[in-house]
Design a protein around this ligand. Sequence first.
Ligand code: IPE
Ligand code: IPE
Ligand code: MG
Length: 259
Amino acid sequence: MWPFGRGRARKREELPSVDRLPQHVAIIMDGNGRWAQARGLPRIAGHEAGMRAVRRTVRAADEFGIRVLTLYAFSTENWRRPREEVEFLLSLPTRFLESDLPELKERNVSVRVMGFLDELPPHTRAAVEQAVAETEGNTGLVLNFALNYGSRREIVYALQRILYAVRDGTLAWSDVEALREEDISRFLLSADLPDPDLIIRTGGEMRLSNFLLWQAAYAELWFTPRFWPDFTREDFLEGLRAYAERERRFGALGDGGRR
Ligand code: IPE
Ligand code: IPE
Ligand code: MG
């Protein structure tokens, strides 16, 4: 067992009950640049500090008993940034996995990656693919990195695959009529993951920035002004407690409507 420290039992009590915990939490890790700027540091110093927040957050998610943690690490639009910043951002997965893979294995974490990997630098791609392969059989927390991920492009890609399946005859025209929502989900990059229950965005912006547009249909959204490098276990708990108090109705009436 990983040593969680003496505070574990007490911290467990602060958690909402298991049935009020989200299964899948997805985080838009934003505010690294502003965190650095506020300290008179270059933006990449913010990304460096952001990596430490990733480490803390993964540990916390594991200890809280979250099933799936998706972290938005690099979007298909982040290529628009200066080349040095892009290079730095894309070196972080390699560095993070180099330092943290042993601990992730110890924790029985299964590493996954969701995004357009072909376009990544070879070292980044190799590092994540190796981590995925080495942790494939693990049954604990699923740690899913959204890397070079963009939801609109994911949907285009899903459509292309459906159309190719029709062209190749693996999907018949008569099946097209019967296409269901689940069939679309199956062709997305998130195919074998449950939809996110809770989406957290740090850094104060209240938008999705092309993250999980289809999958977020009924996700609860929680925003915090905290910049990502400052995001703590306590902030995470605050988000989980807020989630536990929400009433998810999925279009029905919920408890309040049954009187
Ligand atoms: C999040 O922080 C990191 C990525 C988008 C990859 P930002 O770099 O966007 O930080 P801000 O939003 O400029 O402060
Ligand atoms: C979203 O943050 C992308 C990631 C966190 C990886 P951005 O900083 O790129 O989003 P915008 O540009 O402010 O919408
Ligand atoms: Mg940002």
